[in-house]
Design a protein around this ligand. Structure first.
Ligand code: LMR
Length: 326
């Protein structure tokens, strides 16, 4: 007992004023699929740094970007097995488990970031996050990637009818697939880290994504046309394994929770800044021809896409949809 006390004495650290033994070091493996130079990539690193500093090294968040550990479709199982403790998938990737999350994918549903954040941070966002509990997951926050745009290799897309006959990679079946099918395009469901190859080898004609993903994955290098359409939103749910979370010492949990709130604010600002900066970089590289939809064109697209909604009113629930609309 004396030896144990002695050991813990010299190896103890302080988390937010509380003594913690070194042998009780908490390791959180955080796996994600995007590049480090993206809003999610940078926020994961910032979170890890802040936690390391603030816990005096007693909590270590190890970040694994670029599908290094697990790809889309593998992350949920890895979290549930305890191979990783934290993930931040696109909300679209939760829709197969939780269909109501499709509300975040509805084309032209959110006019601006403010409405997105109001939804994410309000009672509806909380209701969506609480659904994750059914699968032993705890939702800690919602992060941004930003509004999605379209790239393809066949012809400029200016009107929805330009989709006809093309094929696009989508993140998940459901609404994302329906939005392309509606205008005669095929939607191909592929994991993120297979997209570059699929585009460069012509397995699909195009894809939809945010500027930071287009730039960091170099989709602009293998695609000919970019339409700045802002037709849908790409956000993330930051999720931990609930069982792991619940057995953490309360001081550690409080520190993690406090820090995630702060990092969420930083992440959203970073997403906005990066999407602007990286669009400028894409323009400078001059590999892809860019067309920005006018507000008039966006209104026409919005009206044309709205029939996709009715198809999903049943799955999402009309009442829920109307709540979010409000
Ligand atoms: C995609 O699969 O296109 C995105 O969800 C990747 C990401 O996590 O931003």
């Amino acid at each position: 007992i004396i030896l144990a006390l002695g050991l813990s004495g010299c190896h103890s650290r302080v988390i937010d004023g509380q003594q913690v033994n070194k042998e009780d070091k908490i390791i959180i493996k955080f796996s994600h699929v995007v590049d480090e130079n993206t809003p999610k990539g940078l926020a994961a690193i910032r979170f890890a740094q802040l936690i390391s500093e603030r816990s005096g090294g007693s909590i270590e968040v190890q970040v694994f970007p670029n599908s290094q550990l697990f790809k889309d479709g593998e992350e949920f199982e890895a979290l549930s097995r305890g191979d990783v403790q934290m993930i931040a998938p696109a909300t679209s990737k939760l829709t197969q488990l939780f269909p109501q999350w499709q509300v975040m994918d509805l084309p032209y549903f959110f006019d601006d970031l403010e409405s997105v954040h109001q939804t994410m941070d309000g009672p509806l966002g909380k209701a969506l996050l609480s659904q994750l509990e059914e699968k032993n997951m705890r939702g800690l926050a919602m992060w941004d990637s930003g509004f999605k745009h379209l790239t393809n290799n066949v012809h400029p897309i200016i009107k929805p009818s330009d989709f006809d006959g093309l094929s696009f990679r989508v993140m998940s079946p459901g609404i994302l697939q329906a939005q392309f099918n509606k205008f005669g395009a095929e939607a191909v469901f592929l994991p993120f880290n297979d997209v570059y190859e699929a585009l460069s080898k012509g397995k699909v004609d195009g894809q939809e994504n945010t500027i930071s993903n287009i730039y960091t994955q170099q989709f602009d290098q293998v695609q000919t046309y970019l339409t700045l359409s802002q037709h849908g939103f790409l956000g993330y749910a930051v999720i931990v394994n609930a069982e792991f979370w619940d057995q953490l010492p309360s001081q550690a949990r409080e520190l993690l929770e406090k820090t995630i709130v702060e990092v969420t604010e930083w992440e959203r600002e970073t997403a906005e800044r990066l999407n602007e900066e990286q669009l400028e970089k894409i323009k400078k590289l001059n590999k892809i021809s860019i067309y920005a939809l006018t507000s008039q064109e966006k209104s026409t697209w919005k009206a044309d896409f709205s029939s996709v909604y009715s198809k999903f009113e049943k799955e999402i629930g009309l009442e829920f949809l109307n709540e979010v609309r409000k």
